[in-house]
Design a protein around this ligand. Structure first.
Ligand code: TRP
Length: 411
């Protein structure tokens, strides 16, 4: 009988449930893992979350509306899912504006390439649509979830990470970057209103909080939700833009936060935020899950040297065959080949990618030259970032973080 069960038995049952769960695919803001160590099934996520696939007609529309080539992450299906992105485009076509919101949890000093994906993409959207961007650094979240980081640590990491974010090329006249801990003042009101609309039962169903979690975790989802509403930024949108729509570029694991946010929006008389959501850059070691910050060899960091990159790329999981005769006969398995996957994220030239796909896939090209090309491509990305990052001063960080109006945000 459940009622008479001891605490120990309850714990055991919970563990069993977690065990059976862990063999299934898990994608939420706190954990990403594929079923049985295989590949992430993105179709399943779309179905389960209830978002939509980004299709070619949407990409063509972006092309038409912005009069420029859609970003490589759109063309290659990295940003593959959305919610109401079509509506944002409808209203943009009618001459209405929107703003962009994205963020980062500052849990580590050095960023890897997977961390940069949403920022590279948001910078492109800012330029292509000429719209303002707000970027949230969740130093409060990382403090609440971390076993070791103190408030001072996550605040410092936020400022360090902001340098990497600025290095992605954001326009200071159109971009407001804020730390939750430092900026709590102006958007606190909205976190209260959102918090009041979400029951503990609902939060548990979405985020799976457990009895032994710190109570502060439960207070966090409204904090990530609030920047989706223009009224959170009185210094930017006060007045006529108070209900300006928001488009959120993010990795698909953040979707639960915004499902909750969209649910709450009509009750507060706010417009629902739209989303454009990405896949994860896989680990260098295999196609399962996202790159992990804890195994340095599974990821390319923005601080890696050309030598590091070469070494890591050479030991990446390959779908090519062991010897050249076999490779010539069978070709490479591009479905599992990590170097090819990475090229599809970072090699901008469509014709060259198509050429590699054909030659390597059909066995006329060996894995060596593919890895060689990837090393060049990634070195270029990382070098460009390193230079830009080195040029970011503390004054620039302060300028992006200053609470100020942005008179040129739509120019
Ligand atoms: N929770 C996110 C993380 O840990 C950070 C974040 C805050 C975010 N607001 C966001 C990410 C909006 C995408 C969009 O990385």
């Amino acid at each position: 009988m459940i009622e008479t069960m001891g605490e120990k038995a309850i714990q055991e049952i919970k563990q069993l449930l977690q065990l059976s769960e862990s063999m299934e695919q898990v994608v939420n803001p706190y954990e990403v893992s594929a079923k049985d160590g295989g590949k992430i099934d993105y179709d399943k996520i779309v179905e389960k979350f209830g978002c939509k696939r980004v299709d070619q007609s949407l990409i063509d529309r972006v092309h038409r509306l912005t009069s420029r080539d859609p970003h490589v992450f759109l063309r290659r299906g990295v940003f593959f899912a959305h919610r109401d992105f079509n509506e944002i485009l409808d209203s943009f076509e009618r001459g209405d504006k929107f703003y962009l919101y994205t963020g980062r949890g500052p849990s580590s000093e050095a960023l890897h390439l997977g961390h940069l994906i949403p920022f590279m993409f948001t910078k492109y959207l800012q330029e292509a649509f000429k719209v303002p961007v707000v970027i949230q650094l969740t130093d409060d979240e990382k403090f609440m979830w971390s076993k070791t980081l103190k408030v001072e640590d996550t605040k410092r990491l936020a400022r360090e990470n902001i340098k990497d974010i600025i290095a992605c090329g954001f326009d200071v006249e159109k971009t407001f970057i804020f730390s939750n801990i430092e900026h709590a003042g102006t958007f606190y009101e909205n976190t209260l209103k959102i918090g009041k609309c979400v029951t503990v039962n609902k939060a548990n169903a979405i985020f799976g909080f457990a009895g032994e979690d710190p109570v502060g975790k439960m207070g966090f989802p409204p904090v990530q939700a609030a920047p989706s509403f223009a009224s959170s930024f009185q210094h930017l949108f006060l007045g006529k833009d108070n209900n300006l729509r928001c488009l959120i570029p993010c990795a698909i694991d953040q979707d639960p936060y915004f499902r909750m946010t969209r649910d709450v929006a009509p009750r507060l008389d706010y417009s629902k935020s739209a989303l454009i959501e990405s896949k994860f850059l896989p680990s260098l070691k295999a196609m399962n899950g996202k790159m992990s910050a804890s195994n340095p060899n599974s990821a390319i960091y923005v601080t890696d040297t050309t030598k590091d990159i070469k070494k890591k790329v050479n030991s990446a999981f390959s779908g090519g065959k062991d010897n050249s005769t076999e490779q010539e006969n069978a070709g490479a398995d591009l479905e599992v080949d990590i170097p090819f996957k990475y090229l599809s994220f970072f090699l901008d030239d469509d014709a060259e990618l198509e050429h590699i796909k054909k030659e390597y896939g059909e066995g006329r090209m060996l894995s060596g030259p593919v890895k060689q090309r990837l090393t060049e491509v990634l070195t270029e990305v990382v070098e460009k970032h390193r230079k830009a990052r080195a040029a970011v001063t503390d004054e620039m960080v302060n300028a992006f973080m200053a609470v100020r109006p942005l008179p040129k945000m739509f120019d």
